[in-house]
Write a protein that binds this ligand. Structure first.
Ligand code: ADP
Ligand code: MG
Length: 155
């Protein structure tokens, strides 16, 4: 099932379902329905790690959730990226480029908000460790993020 990885993708950041991720300190940048539709249909739901870049900005570590979209009564997937970086401002409407590199775990239900937050913090630590490995670090320098045309250059 992980034969799709690494998976490169880019698209506009849209408004999510207001599940309050930001209030938990873990905002997730949501892709539009069209971008999600373009994903391989058999890519498993769950939590992944990889690299992400907003517009022509720096490439940062990220954790990503591929889950079921409550807005469509869980018949369609949603793809949400939490970038492991503190941004000064929101970036709705900007182009997010991501390289999905590895799988962390399947989706889970949690008994409490604290348990959910703890699990996400562990996901983030796992992503940081994995992405420091040389084989994963090299994807940060991939042409996908760095070639003209591969990015929006505004000078
Ligand atoms: P929504 O339900 O609209 O997706 P969230 O609470 O998940 O709301 O917040 C997501 C938004 O927060 C993103 O679309 C982006 O504009 C902003 N944001 C700020 N910092 C980050 C970050 N580190 N990772 C992801 N999104 C971020
Ligand atoms: Mg979100």
């Amino acid at each position: 099932a992980m034969r799709h990885l690494p998976y490169f993708c880019r698209g506009e950041v849209v408004k999510g379902f207001g599940r309050g991720s930001k209030e938990l300190g873990i905002p997730t940048a949501n892709f539009s329905e069209q971008v999600v539709e373009s994903f391989p249909s058999d890519i498993p739901t769950g939590i992944y790690y990889g690299w992400a870049c907003v517009g022509n900005g720096d490439v940062h570590k990220m954790v990503l959730s591929i889950g079921w979209n409550p807005f469509y009564k869980n018949t369609k997937k949603s793809v949400e990226t939490h970038i492991i970086h503190t941004f000064k401002e929101d970036f709705y409407g900007e182009i997010l480029s991501i390289a999905i590199i590895g799988y962390i775990r399947p989706e889970k239900n949690f008994d409490s908000l604290d348990a959910l937050i703890l699990a996400i913090q562990e996901d983030i630590e796992e992503a940081k460790r994995q992405l420091d490995l040389p084989e994963h670090l090299k994807l940060k320098e991939d042409n996908f993020f760095h070639l003209p045309g591969g990015k929006i250059v505004n000078n």
